[in-house]
Design a protein around this ligand. Sequence first.
Ligand code: BV8
Length: 246
Amino acid sequence: MSASITPDIPLEIVEKLRSARRVAALTGAGVSAESGVPTFRDAQTGLWERYSPEELATPEAFRRDPKLVWEWYAWRRELVSRAEPNPGHYALAELERRVPEFTLITQNVDGLHRRAGSRNVVEYHGNIHRTRCFGEDRIVEGREDAGEVPPRCPDCGGLLRPDVVWFGEMLPPGAVERALEAAESCELFLSVGTSALVQPAASLPYVALDGGAMVVEINPERTPLSGSATYTLRGPSGEMLPALLE
Ligand code: BV8
């Protein structure tokens, strides 16, 4: 039984973390994996195994079958509501307290970073716990109990949808600007738990590299970023991120 050992973190990373004024982190589904939230790359479980996220996370899928898409998000919302932040989430919240200017850019819509105490969070792809009117494109407070699936907008009667960014949809302009500014100006950029495939999020580490930042990837597996990152820490974020704090 191997005791959990503190992973070896290169001294250069530790020193950079100590000296950096501006740090940015980009997280993906992998950072919530140890909270029991399935990643997009994991085979979908149970009821949803015959669908791929790319098939359901699109406006076309919602127009074609709003009930199916709404129920997929209701299932995910219920799952993440039962999940707890893991040591990786808490370590990122602690990093924010230690670093003068820390920006957390997350592709995750599960809200676990805020539940772990992170404050300066850019919800790059929205938030599954917020609901929007599909027609008016504005936030509508909880209508879950309306009975109809999907529920309808109390003002225009249009269908409600989760306030997330689907494939083929533009990202919230404010989020794009805040993330770009953080990537351009940081001295250290952490890419954590992401397959580094979905654009424009996947370009952010390269913006940081172009700006002269050290880029550190934390992922048990290789990704398209691995060859360009300054360092790659091969392991789960729930162990690697707390090790950065030691
Ligand atoms: C846009 C919210 C402008 C919804 C998501 C070619 C054709 C068509 C389109 C495109 C194209 N090229 C680019 C595009 C645009 C497209 C895109 O990038 N497509 C990809 C598939 C090529 N992007 C868009 O459409 C974006 N909008 O570009 O607007 C535009 C407009 C019109 C037309 C063109 C362009 C919008 C993208 C946002 C989509 N919404 N989420 C929801 O959640 O339901 S994306 C969703 O998937 C996530 O948010 C995330 O971004 C992505 C999944 O990636 P990851 O988070 O990385 O998760 P994944 O499962 O893939 O990987 C997990 C990783 O964790 C693995 O590497 C694993 O090894 C690791 N891991 C596992 N365990 C651990 C771990 N790591 C650490 N610790 C562990 N314990």
